[in-house]
Design a binder for this molecule. Structure first.
Ligand code: HEM
Length: 543
């Protein structure tokens, strides 16, 4: 076998070389001299063939040696412990379809700070509150950059992406403006009535379903998108467009979660071997068109002298064409559209949380009864009573259900970072250029942190002062530090309001009642960890 392939290689080698020789004869002195000494050439040819054979034979040995010596080399570099990487592939085969679960199991063996190689990309994975605090708080100044996903480099989106930008000028401006005009305390106060209206609108839509099963996440998504669009554009989108947006947002989340050769082997990214960037391009083009329509219409209405709306779009258009700060970037249509588009996509995590909450509650009759009893006690049983946002403060069990859902099913399973310089964590060296993955899901299911971590037990929060605002690293569903989720405050109002309204006004059953199949809790990994099989349930109006 070896001899045959050796001969084959030899023959191909001869072909290539004889072609080259022909060429050299015409062009160079060296070739002329080689051509003049055929006996030297055949000796050289033999030497080179021997050399290729030696190389081919020693490659497996070299790889084996690299494999065997890797732990030693890593220890000398004081890298955190981790599973032994395969040559070239690194730890890719250790990961599987549900990286948050695989990394959590690996952390049980290798510890809360692990070093892994994702193809050629080095990464540390943090799976304890202490390790997460190191990455997201203590060393955050050096680790808050992002490597970014190859899929979203299409159409230069990463240059206008809050998610992908480094934590400097443009990123800071995006966060400041979103906060000032949409997601911060002042605009949230001003938009309270909008959120309550959309929650009521949701109740009316569910009532209109007339006892037919509804897709819980889709319905909650409509409410969430309406709230965001009213804050960004002062108007809602057409319901047909919202319906299409639901599918597009889902596709975007799934595409972002697909294991992509381009992310693991950046040198091959240009080839887009799996076509993921091409598919992301289609998704992005659809979203860009949607946002561009809003921008163009507003520009026309401003040119016509229509009254200002003082929404996020107005605030951003006020800066259109301005050159900003020392980086010299320009606030232009691309920046505005990149920002608005990502805020709209951010909406997905809220319906996902509500869908997981409903799934858990439906399988826990005592919990759902306790929650409905609390809602009816506090809000009363008058017909036409509505839940208001301020009621949440008087509904401790509802708050506990929300926290327990975010613990058991954090919709964004990883917080991510990139070391822009070498840092030391827990005595280990994390080299510059290492990706940081804080396994939010893993921390929330860590048995050293939570009793019975896999059970849905809202009661655990009734007597435990723990919040998800980024200070308690046991529960960082919204991450923490510089890049903490900018939608945290909005979500902390919307999730209880929608969930509470749904359970206050309706009793819920699975389609088929007694013969109902158990809820399929399989996860779909992606940018958002959603349910693989959408939850469909029957609302029965009671109030
Ligand atoms: C239950 C609801 C939500 C949860 C649990 C959640 C969670 C998270 C997490 C964990 C991150 C950090 C991801 C990382 O480090 O890679 C994040 C970032 C982000 N979230 Fe949310 N999110 C939610 C809702 C929202 C909403 C409603 C919006 C938009 C209005 C939003 C917009 C964003 C954006 C733009 C980022 C990137 C921030 C940056 O990199 O600076 N999220 N979110």
């Amino acid at each position: 076998m070896l001899a045959t392939s050796g001969r084959g290689a030899d023959a191909r080698f001869s072909e290539i070389v004889s072609g080259s020789l022909g060429h050299y004869k015409w062009t160079g002195e060296v070739a002329l001299s080689v051509a003049a000494k055929p006996e030297n050439w055949s000796a050289r040819k033999q030497e080179m063939a021997d050399l290729s054979l030696v190389c081919a034979a020693s490659l497996p040995l070299t790889l084996l040696a690299a494999y065997a010596l890797q732990p030693l080399a890593d220890a000398r570099r004081r890298l955190p412990p981790g599973p032994r990487p395969l040559p070239l592939l690194g730890n890719l085969l250790d990961i599987g379809e549900h990286p948050h679960r695989s990394f959590a199991s690996l952390a049980d063996i290798h510890g809360p700070l692990m070093f892994v190689r994702l193809g050629t990309v080095p990464a540390v994975v943090a799976t304890s509150p202490e390790a997460a605090r190191e990455v997201l708080q203590k060393k955050n100044a050096s680790m808050a950059a992002r490597r970014g996903l190859d899929a979203w480099r299409v159409m230069d989106h990463d240059a206008n992406s809050m998610v992908a930008l480094p934590p400097r000028g443009k990123w800071r401006a995006f966060r400041q403006h979103s906060r000032a005009a949409l997601l911060g305390p002042r605009p949230l106060d001003e938009h309270r009535a909008v959120r309550e209206e959309e929650a009521r609108e949701l109740v009316r839509r569910l009532s209109a379903a007339g006892g037919a099963p509804v897709d819980v996440a889709r319905e909650a998504f409509v409410a969430m998108v309406n709230v965001l669009c009213r804050g960004m554009f002062s108007e809602k989108l057409d319901p047909a467009v919202v319906s299409e947006l639901t599918d597009v947002a889902e596709e975007a989340a799934v595409l972002s979660g697909l294991p992509n050769v381009s992310d693991f082997f950046p040198a091959l990214a240009a080839l887009d071997l799996q076509g993921i960037r091409r598919k992301a391009g289609k998704v992005l083009a659809w979203l860009y068109t949607l946002i561009d329509e809003q921008i163009e219409r507003r520009k026309l209405s401003r040119a016509d002298g229509d009254a200002r709306r003082n929404d996020l779009l107005d605030v951003l258009l006020d800066m259109d064409g301005d050159v900003r700060d020392e980086d010299g970037w320009v606030m232009n249509q691309e920046s505005i559209r990149g920002l608005l588009m990502e805020l709209l996509l951010g909406a997905t995590s809220v319906p996902t949380t509500i869908e997981w909450a409903m799934s858990e509650l439906l399988q826990n009759p005592p919990a759902i009864h306790k929650l409905q009893a609390e809602l009816r006690n506090v809000l009363g049983t008058r017909p036409c009573a509505w839940m208001e946002e301020s009621d949440t403060g008087s509904l401790p069990y509802l708050q506990a259900v929300v926290k327990e859902t975010l613990r058991l099913h954090p919709p964004v399973p990883f917080a991510t970072g990139l070391a822009e310089e070498a840092v030391e964590i827990e005595g280990y060296n994390v080299p510059k250029g290492t990706t940081a993955l804080v396994n939010i899901w893993g921390i929330c299911r860590n048995a050293k942190v939570w009793d019975e971590p896999n059970r849905f037990l809202p009661e655990r929060f009734l007597h435990r002062e723990i919040e998800f605002f980024g200070a308690d690293f046991e529960l960082i569903a919204f991450s923490a530090g510089k890049r903490i989720c900018p939608g945290l405050q909005l979500s902390s109002k919307m999730v209880p309001l929608i969930l509470g309204s749904m359970l206050y006004h309706f009793d819920w059953t699975l389609p088929g009642e007694e013969d109902a199949a158990p809820v399929d809790m399989t996860e779909q990994f992606g940018l958002v960890l959603s349910m693989a099989v959408p939850l469909r349930v029957v609302p029965k109006k009671i109030l």
